[in-house]
Write a new protein. Structure first.
Length: 190
């Protein structure tokens, strides 16, 4: 998967600074936005890997955008603020998963924060995939349990017999237990 970076800065100077910090050859796409509204529209459709916001923005402080992106996407979010505001801002946004860096930011520190955000995002993607896999497996187990209940109710089987019947039918027909369970539920549906 190609990683992408969203840069948000309201002034020409801040956008130039952001572009100088992000190596263009390391990331697939680097999108530059001038306002939080433009950044929100882009983030919804493109789902960037990391969003870097140089606060304040012309249409808001930047904190709202950072927290929105942290809540609504799995992008890593870096918020650059004036050094004297860094601790105050960090106490408000770090709970959302936003990293705060004070301006002016040193390139090595920024690069480290950017790499950390990318690594965190990759871990979140892996956890999201694992969660989806487990949810699917749980749904299949529920389906098989409902089919066992139908066999117990209508055919007078024990739970063990019903379980064995579903397993045997699945092996004999080379189908999943979930497919057999769906067929059983469909045949006894009223």
């Amino acid at each position: 998967m190609q990683e992408s970076v969203l840069l948000v800065g309201s002034t020409e100077k801040s956008r130039a600074m952001l572009q100088s910090l992000v190596p263009p050859d390391r990331y697939g796409a680097v999108k530059l936005c001038q306002s939080s509204a433009e950044a929100r529209r882009y983030a919804v459709t493109a789902e960037p890997s990391v969003a870097v916001i140089s606060a304040p923005l012309s249409d808001e402080s930047g904190l709202e955008l950072a927290m929105t992106l942290a809540h609504q996407t799995i992008a890593g979010v870096l918020l650059l603020v004036k050094a004297e505001l860094a601790d105050t801002v960090a106490s408000r946004v770090e709970e959302c998963g936003v990293q705060v860096l004070s301006k002016p930011v040193a390139k090595p520190l920024f690069d480290q924060a950017l790499r950390f955000s990318m690594a965190t995002r990759r871990r979140m993607l892996a956890l999201q995939e694992e969660n989806q896999r487990l949810e699917k497996k749980l749904a299949e187990l529920r389906l098989v349990d409902r089919a066992k209940c139908v066999l117990i109710q209508y055919l007078g089987m024990t739970e063990e017999q019903a379980h064995r019947q579903i397993e045997k039918q699945a092996m004999d027909t080379r189908q999943t237990k979930a497919a057999i369970a769906r067929a059983i539920l469909a045949s006894y549906a009223m």
